[in-house]
Ligand binder design. Sequence first.
Ligand SMILES: [Zn+2]
Length: 206
Amino acid sequence: MSATEVQTPVSPVLPVSPSPLGKTVTGCEVKTALASARSAGIELSLDGEDLALTAPTPPPPAVLELIARHKAEIVLWLRPGADGWSLEDWHVYFDKCGFGACVVEWLNRNPVCSPSDHCLWCGGQDELNNLLLPFGAHPDGRAWLHGGCWPDWSKERKAEAIAALGLMGLVGAASVLDQAVPVDDRGSRVPERIRQRDRAGERGCA
Ligand SMILES: [Zn+2]
């Protein structure tokens, strides 16, 4: 749809009441509804808790019915989470880059910062033969750990990432836990649509 086309609001706002993705509605059904809407030329966006639709021409009633049936799930699908990405962003990234990349991205988007005067894992202090070291690449801060404590902490972080991704319907091989995960491995693999939005709203450590 070009910017010069007249956009006809179609049911400008569909009111919804938020509800979690239920057992009977899978990401697959939401993806199908969204694909049908977009192939019919409908643009979907969030308007607070509601779903806003615009289209250059009146869409087929069947597509509107499909959207209406899944509107609560579509709102949840499109709404950015605390780490700035929506369920759709995560699924797009998963389809493009795989589960391992999602684990890396989750770790990058959910950084841990800690005080530099004790180990985040064991609570111990900086010692001559057991130095505290900074881990992580986030500009706002690092996690401070003994070098020997880092592997256990890192394994727990990866398990946390895998659990969080699992809640979003993204599942991969448990062997990711045993793989070395680079601290920052984003670069060009993040889809451009998501990168542009990230640049508009960079976030730091919680
Ligand atoms: Zn330690």
